[in-house]
Write a protein of this length. Structure first.
Length: 376
């Protein structure tokens, strides 16, 4: 039986979502904006989903904007700040952000914005500034998709509030893997992609503290409080809601998963002394291990594991079979011999000790096979 360990990339469909979807295919289907009874029935269910999602995420229903996922949420928030006439055209971010954030910043630089970067230490933790200088917007992720390192995002939110800087927090990896409450976190913006939590792709949520300050980038018939036009993806939203409800059950499993992860990492380090766990010294997501075995291509180890029906990924961008250290790892000061040798193991909250044992055994065997192959 295969083991899927790439949940940070995309999750497998949760059984609860699958069961709901099979039943939901019997209907009803219709336009939620129609005034007939079928439309009203679908719209009522859709709005109930908004209420449920708000409750589970610690937000108010009017702060929940359904969309296609995190990338759209990022684009909308950054566009909204481009459209602000009183913006000081300065952005504060970090070099560990997802490419969607980095590319948004690059685009704004071409439009005359100045982008400043927070310092990142060798563990992948970002240093919170002490200055009182405000920005048009600040973007610091809650948890990194590669390393799993959790930032002091609530502390950073306090700094943003003290400098009157709107704070966009990429919570894509955090939600579903540890506890999260939008209101208590004091964020201005947060995001969620359904496919990261066991629901269908192409659906997500943008959480907005003050929706009246948001500008639409998709214009339509007034859907989502006129902030996101287009006929609603109501089945996607229903499945997302089911997945979120399932996640609440997972919260009780986080501490057990952390213990299993630590045992797994200790097993690897005992068998492979040169192995390095990136970000090991700081708090990380309970499901994520970024492992480097210097001297072995991460891509080669990934392929070797796949031959044993274990599916992981690397954090490096590969072009013409020439692996490169990722931008995130470079920002941490990680050298190429370590950065090009990584694989990411990211599991579901239901991962068992047996799953981890099989993964560790496969890595140890693969290491014996590949250790004579050196990176040039």
């Amino acid at each position: 039986m295969s083991i899927y360990a790439d949940y940070n990339g995309t999750s497998q469909l949760k059984d609860s979502v699958k069961e709901y979807l099979i039943q939901r295919l019997d209907g009803p289907f219709g336009n939620p904006n129609a005034i007939h009874s079928i439309g009203n029935q679908i719209k009522d269910a859709y709005e109930k989903c908004r209420v449920h999602c708000a409750q589970m995420l610690g937000a108010e229903p009017h702060q929940v904007i359904f969309n296609s996922g995190s990338s759209e949420g990022i684009s909308q928030v950054f566009y909204s700040h481009i459209a602000r006439s009183n913006c000081n055209k300065r952005i504060l971010t970090s070099k560990i952000e997802h490419s969607a954030i980095r590319n948004a910043c690059k685009t704004l630089e071409k439009l005359g914005f100045q982008v400043d970067h927070l310092e990142t230490d060798s563990n992948g933790k970002v240093k919170i500034p002490t200055s009182k200088e405000g920005y048009c917007i600040a973007a610091l992720m809650a948890a990194n998709n590669e390393t799993g390192v959790i930032q002091d995002y609530e502390e950073f939110a306090k700094w943003c509030e003290s400098t009157n800087t709107p704070y966009f927090c990429d919570t894509t990896q955090l939600i579903g893997k540890t506890k999260f409450n939008f209101k208590e976190s004091n964020l201005d913006f947060a995001i969620l992609s359904a496919h990261k939590i066991g629901a269908l792709g192409g659906c997500g949520i943008l959480l907005v503290k003050k929706p009246e300050k948001l500008k639409p980038i998709i214009f339509g018939g007034g859907q989502e409080y006129s902030l996101r036009g287009g006929t609603q993806n109501y089945i996607g939203v229903e499945c997302l809601t089911v997945a979120l409800q399932d996640i609440l059950k997972c919260e009780k499993k986080f501490s057990d998963l952390e213990i299993r992860k630590q045992k797994f990492e200790n097993t690897i380090k005992a068998a492979i002394p040169e192995a390095i766990i990136i970000g090991e010294a700081v708090k990380r997501l309970p499901n994520t291990t970024l492992l480097s075995v210097p001297g072995i291509h991460g891509q080669a180890l990934q392929i070797e594991l796949e031959s044993r029906d274990i599916f992981v990924t690397t954090s490096s961008a590969c072009s013409d079979n020439e692996p490169e250290t990722s931008a995130v790892l470079k920002s941490m000061g990680i050298k190429d011999d370590v950065g090009r040798s990584v694989v990411r193991i990211s599991v579901d909250c239901d991962a068992t000790e047996k799953d981890y044992s099989e993964i560790s055994a496969a890595i140890i065997k693969a290491h014996k096979t590949l250790k004579k192959i050196k990176i040039s």
